[in-house]
Design a protein. Structure first.
Length: 312
């Protein structure tokens, strides 16, 4: 049995590749390291800053975050503003070109002001990461899908992390937010066949009952009745990104990010206590977790409007 952790490596490209072996590549790139039964997956938002969603997806996939600040550029400023609103334990890696005083000014007043800071030293970072573990969350199994593809002789395979509970081969799970109920044909953890996988482990799962063209990133494998779905999502309170310069209000066209789902949406209500949006297609609603509003039309500054929590 292995233990696992997923680490977002943000702020600077080409750092994750020094900490793991390149694996799955898309708008986010995964790097893997397995040491003495402990598996680490490092997630790099490869297509950020050209696209915003890879940054949020990398953070949504993560149990821990390495924020690498090698210089204070506009993309790094947006990265900091985004990481401040995401509840992922964050360690700041300080490059030699950025001074402590300069970094302190950039972080002042935000969640990251008191985050641990370490120098850019690869052996030290490897040692630090090896001590991290994903939190064990009990309950019915839940796996957000981050990649999917066909495999000859196997069929449809999805990749994801077990975020709650334990996954067993031959489980029957619903593909949220669709009505489909699927069979778990087989499970692999880092290319090793397994009968089950624990919370925090990264899995490849062969599915029966669905074709690849029916899948999208952000769909969730979970028992029927354990989640909710719909085209309206509401919650609160609303925490605005302190650097957002746009004017997204009622009627504004935005994108909603929830879990690994990123979909177009329209704001129906927005205020300090409550936010309500209508999405252009049904999404899986995961109670007690955050949702984010994204404004891709903002001319300058962070594209993240803010966040709210989906109620239990």
């Amino acid at each position: 049995m292995t233990t696992g952790v997923t680490v977002a490596v943000i702020g600077a490209p080409d750092v994750a590749k020094e900490l793991g072996k390149r694996g799955t590549e898309s708008d986010v790139t995964l790097f893997n390291s397995v040491t003495e039964g402990h598996a680490t997956t490092l997630v790099e938002p490869t297509q950020f800053p050209e696209k915003f969603s890879p940054l949020l997806n990398a953070l949504a996939m993560a149990d821990q975050c390495l924020l690498v600040v090698s210089e204070l550029t506009r993309p790094v400023a947006e990265t900091i503003a985004t990481a401040e609103l995401v509840d992922v334990p964050t360690t700041i890696v300080l490059g030699p070109a950025v001074g402590e005083a300069e970094l302190a000014r950039a972080l002042k007043g935000g969640r990251l002001e008191g985050a641990p800071r370490v120098p850019f030293d690869l052996p030290h970072l490897r040692e630090r990461i090896e001590g991290w573990r994903a939190p064990a969350i009990e309950g019915s199994v839940m796996i957000p899908i981050d990649h999917y593809f066909p495999v000859k002789g196997v069929g449809t395979v999805i990749l994801g992390v077990v975020r709650r509970g334990t996954l067993h081969a031959h489980d029957r799970l619903r593909l949220w937010p669709t009505p489909k109920v699927l069979d778990i044909r087989s499970i692999q953890v880092h290319d090793i066949d397994r009968k089950d996988a624990e919370c925090g482990e990264r899995v490849g799962v062969a599915l029966k009952g669905v074709d690849v063209d029916e899948l999208t990133r952000g769909q969730v494998l979970a028992p029927d009745g354990s989640l909710a779905e719909g085209s309206e999502i509401a919650g609160g309170p609303f925490e605005k990104c302190r650097y957002y310069r746009g004017d997204a209000g009622v009627g504004a066209a935005v994108h909603l990010a929830h879990g690994l789902q990123v979909v177009p949406a329209e704001i129906g209500e927005i205020g300090p206590a409550r936010v309500r949006v209508t999405t252009d297609r049904p999404i899986a609603r995961i109670a007690g977790t955050p949702a984010y509003l994204i404004d891709l039309s903002v001319p300058a500054g962070p594209r993240l409007v803010g966040r709210f929590t989906v109620p239990t």
